[in-house]
Design a protein. Structure first.
Length: 465
């Protein structure tokens, strides 16, 4: 908002080549606000602003830009400025950038780093993809248990400027093994002469360097932490992961799940950046599967041609029956996928979920069934009294009963199918999000037809069929 207000002033300073005033203007701004201003400017003016920013501020601002903007700036800036920004960036954000760059560009960027930063970058990139090791930063404060509070505070004043966060201080032994983590407020509230061991409770939580990012996200949710230490197989602290990194992981996970809900593969790239052919390929696969699934609907209807010929009125309610089953299945599937993602439901809960959804399906089916019966009855009575014609024939009560019971059966089946399919996929090692709403709806369409016509045969046999 501030950037929008000052945009004319910024442009006038750029046109006047008053770089000193530009530097002073941005010096006290939060990096996120500077990044917002830069994204609203043309490419050539973005580079001008980056060139006048102090190196530390430029690196902070660079971390708030999206990948496309980062790439444009890297191509436009001189090697010296690129090197300065890359060396000033926090290791975790730099790793995320290097992961996205083409391999040749990433190698070139790594060569611009100082020997120490290059060692850090290559170490982080050496961890498995999507592991906690790729997210962590080695910049943290570690102290010893025999230090006093005064020694800890002095150490923080001397070395804290390079730490990713000072909210939590980590206690390690002589080998670097994690003993405890202590919130900074504890040091501020204790006497300066108190030893660190008096503040320790040894109830810390830590991530393993090879843990998946999804597991790390679940741990952050469970313990409501802003930062967690990362240890190797020996328990030695090798870095920390902060909440801002977890927010990025959560956003990526949510984006992937939402795309799968829509009945497609996850794009894994921003929409405007993914090549058209790759996007078509990721969308076509599921569309073909869903299309082939829907052809089974036509096959199922073909088996009931004789019944439809005798009671064509049954066809009038096919969209009603099919859509109700698909909608209930999509609801249940979405609820289960999200509950699994949040850790609210595990594989062991499948029987409890089935019992709940059985009750929910019967209740929902009864509600829709009652509405369906009322709808058929209302149209039949109104048509006969006011238009002197019967839209559903003389046996409309049987049709109403068929529609009502079929809705109960189809909605119950859709609810059970939608809720159980994510469990089945998780059990076989697949992503539950693959049980998308379109997939569940297609599955229920075919079986819903069979349920509908089977009920019609039982109720209307000898009358209309």
């Amino acid at each position: 908002m501030v950037g929008k207000i000052l945009e004319p002033e910024i442009r006038s300073l750029i046109e006047a080549r008053n770089f000193a005033a530009l530097r002073e203007l941005f010096r006290e701004w939060p990096p996120a606000d500077v990044a917002e201003v830069i994204l609203d400017l043309p490419d050539d003016e973005q580079v001008i602003i980056f060139r006048v920013l102090p190196h530390a501020l430029a690196a902070d601002v660079f971390e708030y830009l999206d990948f496309d903007a980062q790439q444009k700036l890297l191509r436009a800036m001189a090697h010296e400025q690129v090197a300065a920004i890359l060396n000033e960036m926090s290791p975790d954000d730099r790793t995320a950038l290097l992961e996205e760059l083409p391999s040749a560009a990433a190698r070139q960027a790594i060569r611009l780093l100082t020997p120490e930063e290059r060692r850090v970058a290559t170490a982080l990139l050496g961890y498995p993809e999507d592991s906690v090791g790729r997210l962590m930063t080695p910049d943290f404060i570690a102290v010893k248990e025999d230090w006093t509070v005064q020694q800890v505070l002095d150490y923080i004043r001397e070395h804290g400027q390079d730490s990713e966060t000072l909210n939590v201080i980590y206690v390690v032994d002589d080998r670097g093994k994690l003993i405890d983590d202590i919130r900074m407020r504890e040091f501020l509230l204790k006497p300066l002469t108190s030893p660190v061991r008096d503040l320790m409770q040894k109830t810390f939580e830590a991530l393993n360097v090879t843990d998946s990012q999804q597991d790390a996200l679940n741990t952050f949710r469970k313990y409501d932490r802003t930062a967690l230490p990362v240890v190797d197989s020996s328990g030695v602290v090798v870095g920390i992961v902060t909440i801002d990194d977890m927010l990025d992981v959560a956003e990526a996970e949510a984006t992937e799940d939402i795309q799968k809900f829509g009945g497609m593969e996850a794009l894994e790239e921003p929409y405007m950046r993914i090549p058209l052919w790759r996007m078509v390929r990721k969308r076509a696969g599921w569309l073909v599967i869903l299309f082939l699934g829907e052809t089974l609907t036509a096959t199922a209807m073909a088996n009931y041609q004789a019944e439809l010929a005798k009671a064509l009125v049954l066809a009038l309610f096919l969209p009603l029956i099919i859509s109700s089953g698909g909608n209930s299945g999509s609801q249940a599937s979405t609820l289960m996928i999200r509950a699994m993602a949040l850790g609210e439901v595990t594989l062991h809960d499948w029987w409890r979920v089935m019992r709940r959804e059985l009750q929910a399906g019967l209740s929902l089916g009864a509600i829709l069934g009652a509405i369906g019966v009322a709808r058929v009855g209302a149209w039949a009575i109104v048509g006969e009294q006011y238009f002197h014609q019967q839209p559903y024939g003389a046996h409309w009560p049987l049709i109403a009963l068929t529609v009502g019971i079929a809705l109960v059966g189809v909605v119950l089946w859709g609810t059970l199918s939608g809720s159980m399919l994510p469990f089945i996929l998780r059990r076989v090692g697949a992503d539950p999000a693959a049980s998308s709403a379109p997939f569940v709806a297609t599955l229920v369409d075919v079986t819903g037809l069979i349920i509908y016509f089977s009920i019609a045969l039982v109720i209307m046999r000898g009358v209309m069929l």
